[in-house]
Design a protein around this ligand. Structure first.
Ligand SMILES: O=C(O)CCC(=O)C(=O)O
Length: 252
């Protein structure tokens, strides 16, 4: 009988992320019920979207109608709903991140974006580390809760763009006068990465990425967990910088 260890199952990912800046893992290794449990907890946050503090819940979209956000995003979901940290999805994502980044990996932040069908717009091109000086080396794991094809709003990546380091971002005014940092990317430079429920995609913090709008039939739900590595004393310093500069999603 052959047994595949977790490290073995995920061993190829580190090389892919290093070379291309992203990877697609078709099977995270959680059951449909376990995936549904994480989704249920996140749904609870989106049900309370209007009551959450403005620095934790905002519209990434045009923001025309506060009653009808087009790209609602909840920041710091695991802090708002700590039961998320007990889910199988959370543990499995940590295992994947450790396989890519190494044993001293910890989660720094998480957020979720729900794109309603028809109105859920694109997520602008950006590098996670591009406009957020707290981020350096790290990995974001993108967990969809439904099969996410191109029409549903899958992730888009610019392969190997992480090798160019931090790029200067353009700024435009977004919803409520918020500054939106973004990049311009030629369509042919990007690849679409559809991902079925139960799988994940992941990207290096320096990779240029965005996501398509949702022209599909159902809400596109995704949870993104960020990971980094640092000795404990540097984690505290990062936490302090984060407290001063605000959450990373606020300027995207
Ligand atoms: O889910 C999305 O639409 C985009 C996620 C993303 O770009 C990010 O987490 O940085």
């Amino acid at each position: 009988m052959t047994t595949t260890t977790t490290a073995g199952r995920f061993a190829h990912l580190a090389g892919q992320v290093r070379a291309e800046g992203y990877a697609h893992l078709p099977e995270l290794g959680v059951s449909p019920a376990e995936l549904a449990e994480a989704r249920r907890l996140l749904d609870g946050l989106f049900d309370r979207f209007a009551e959450l503090p403005a620095d934790k819940a905002h519209d990434l979209g045009a923001g025309g109608d506060p009653q009808r956000p087009t790209v609602p995003e909840v920041l710091d979901c695991a802090a708002l709903e700590p039961r998320l940290t007990k889910t199988a999805v959370w543990s499995a994502a940590h295992e994947v991140a450790r396989a890519v980044l190494g044993p001293a990996t910890y989660s720094t932040y998480d957020h979720a974006i729900y794109k309603p069908p028809g109105i859920g717009g694109q997520t602008s091109w950006h590098q996670d580390a591009g406009f957020d000086q707290v981020l350096d080396h790290g990995l974001a794991i993108w967990v969809p809760f439904q099969d996410t094809e191109v029409a549903d709003g899958c992730m888009r990546y610019v392969p190997r763009s992480h090798l160019a380091g931090r790029l200067p971002h353009l700024v435009r005014a977004g919803a409520g006068g918020k500054q939106v940092f973004h990049l311009e990317v030629a369509d042919e430079a990007a690849v679409d990465v559809p991902c079925a429920a139960g799988g994940v995609t992941m990207h290096d913090f320096y990779l240029v990425h965005g996501a398509r709008g949702n022209v599909g039939q159902q809400t596109r739900r995704a949870w993104v967990i960020d990971f980094s590595t640092a000795p404990v004393h540097r984690r505290a310093l990062r936490g302090a910088k984060r407290a001063m500069l605000g959450l990373r999603g606020q300027r995207r």
